[in-house]
Ligand binder design. Structure first.
Ligand SMILES: Cc1ncc(COP(=O)(O)O)c(C=O)c1O
Ligand SMILES: N[C@@H](CCOP(=O)(O)O)C(=O)O
Length: 468
């Protein structure tokens, strides 16, 4: 299995090369050269498998034998063994035809653990095999950071530097990152937005000498391995609801477009996912694109669902590449114009193809609170603000055929956003016992302006051991 860049000007790599490289050298994102397709019989054969076995079998379709399936299974068992639910990702019926796929039973209480716990194992395996070290630089609006930190803390061959937007995460999210005092973990609060943090990360990757010197690697969903490891949970839910013999729809609260892209990949692999519904908060660039082919950046505004306070959705480039018929030169030119002008010129026929499958829905903060309240009142279900947006989007855009169930990605535990949940329901969800003293723990972080030079200097300081 080989991977190519969406911008067509970087060497193709194998899975392990893609894992370590993160972003392609031409600034593009890696995509499989061709899609692994499973027959209906093969999908049926996966029904009822425990989650780690399913994950290992599907990941093996992307690794091309390195790592092999037996190694992947060992990793998946280790990755998901510590989850707080025996099913790993339980599927809960919330109302007729609408199901919550709970992806928040991992150590940091958000869906990021589903991929990141496996990535921690993968990095260890590949780095040990090659006798190499890496410096992981990541951007977070709150959840990727803590999941990466938890997965990589105290690992000998990895230094981790996470950038988060100062003051724009929930307190629980910030503390989950900054209270990990392991010597290989470093948190930088950037005076800017998540988009600024993500730009800084991409700029570090595009600075070739720095990238080489620091041996940079990525844990954001720009790294294909993240997307691959998010595919199995959609298969797990769809198979449980009758796929491949029954179509399903999926609704995903969306920011960087990684999670919904993983559902799209599952469809590309042959699962009958009939509709993909995107929930957005006021930072609704994707919903505006779907409604009117208006992909224009308007500046990031804080909301009650801070993990989705994103305007530039990195993974959209992967869908664009497909919509443009895998024309890498056209993808690169479109991305250059988007960066220069803040507006993405998507050809009309490509936009129409996107709208045939994707539906967008925007919810205000008031609407989010109302949805949390409604879910609690009508279904006795406590949802975090991100999940609530996915639920509202599912109800608004579910297929007309009510026999098609909608799987809603429940992306965070309500205890990560206790203020919003309490405001809506009067209930303050408690943190699990292992995090009960989170508010008393010592924090360590550096606050820096949104300037590449200073951030690179900080990364260099933290990652000295990696210098070539
Ligand atoms: C809780 C939560 N929900 C939804 C999202 C949006 O997911 P994605 O960025 O993959 O679109 C995020 C951030 O990624 C998140 O942390
Ligand atoms: N919401 C995310 C933003 C980064 O997304 P990623 O999927 O690209 O890592 C976060 O919580 O950090």
């Amino acid at each position: 299995m080989r991977y190519v860049s969406t911008r067509g000007d970087a060497p193709a790599r194998d899975f392990e090369g893609v894992l370590l490289a993160g972003l392609a050298e031409d600034g593009g994102l890696f995509m499989p050269e061709s899609w692994p397709l499973l027959s209906a019989a093969e999908w049926r054969g996966l029904r009822g498998l425990p989650y780690p076995e399913l994950a290992a079998q599907l990941m093996a379709r992307f690794t091309g034998g390195a790592p092999d399936e037996a190694t992947l299974l060992r990793m998946a068992r280790a990755a998901y063994g510590g989850f707080g639910h025996a099913a790993t990702a339980p599927l809960v019926q919330v109302e007729p035809g609408i199901f919550s796929l709970e992806l928040f039973h991992g150590p940091t209480l958000a869906f990021k653990d589903m991929a990141m716990q496996l990535l921690g194992q993968l990095f260890d395996h590949v780095l040990e095999k090659r006798g190499e070290r890496v410096t992981i630089v990541g951007a977070t609006s709150g959840d990727t950071g803590s999941a990466a930190i938890e997965a990589c803390r105290d690992r000998g061959a990895i230094d981790v530097v996470i950038l988060h937007p100062e003051g724009r995460t929930s307190e629980v999210q910030r503390r989950q990152m900054t209270t990990v005092l392991s010597s290989n973990i470093h948190n930088i609060a950037v005076q800017g937005s998540f988009d600024d943090c993500q730009d800084l990360v991409k700029a570090m990757f595009n600075d070739a000498p720095f990238r080489q010197e620091m041996r940079l690697s990525a844990v954001n969903s720009i790294n294909w391995a993240r997307i691959a490891a998010q595919v199995p949970y959609y298969a797990y839910a769809a198979l449980a609801l009758g796929a491949p013999d029954r179509p399903v729809a999926v609704s995903v609260p969306t920011g960087n477009f990684g999670n919904v892209l993983a559902a799209w990949v599952a469809r590309r692999m042959g699962l009958p996912i009939e509709r993909l519904i995107i929930g957005a908060n006021r930072n609704d660039i994707l919903a505006r694109f779907l409604a009117a082919n208006d992909m224009s950046v308007q500046g990031v505004a804080p909301s009650l669902s801070p993990s989705m306070d994103i305007q530039v959705s990195s993974n959209f480039e992967r869908l664009l590449f497909e919509l443009l018929g895998r024309d890498a030169a056209a993808t690169a030119a479109t991305m250059r114009r988007f960066r220069a002008e803040g507006r993405m010129p998507v050809p009309d026929d490509a936009w129409r193809r996107a709208t045939a499958l994707f539906h967008g829905h925007t919810l205000s903060d008031e609407g989010t609170l109302e949805e949390i309240r409604r879910l609690h009142r009508d279904s006795a279900y406590l949802a975090d603000p991100h999940t609530a947006i996915g639920m509202a989007a599912a109800r608004a855009h579910r297929p007309e055929d009510r026999g098609i169930p909608v799987i809603v990605a429940a992306t965070a535990h309500p205890a990560k956003f206790p203020d919003a949940v309490e405001k809506a329901t009067g209930i303050r969800p408690p943190l699990p016992p292992r995090l009960a003293d989170l508010y008393q723990r010592e924090e360590r972080l550096t606050v820096l302006p949104n300037e590449l030079e200073g951030i690179e200097a900080a990364v260099r300081g933290h990652a000295r051991r990696n210098a070539a």
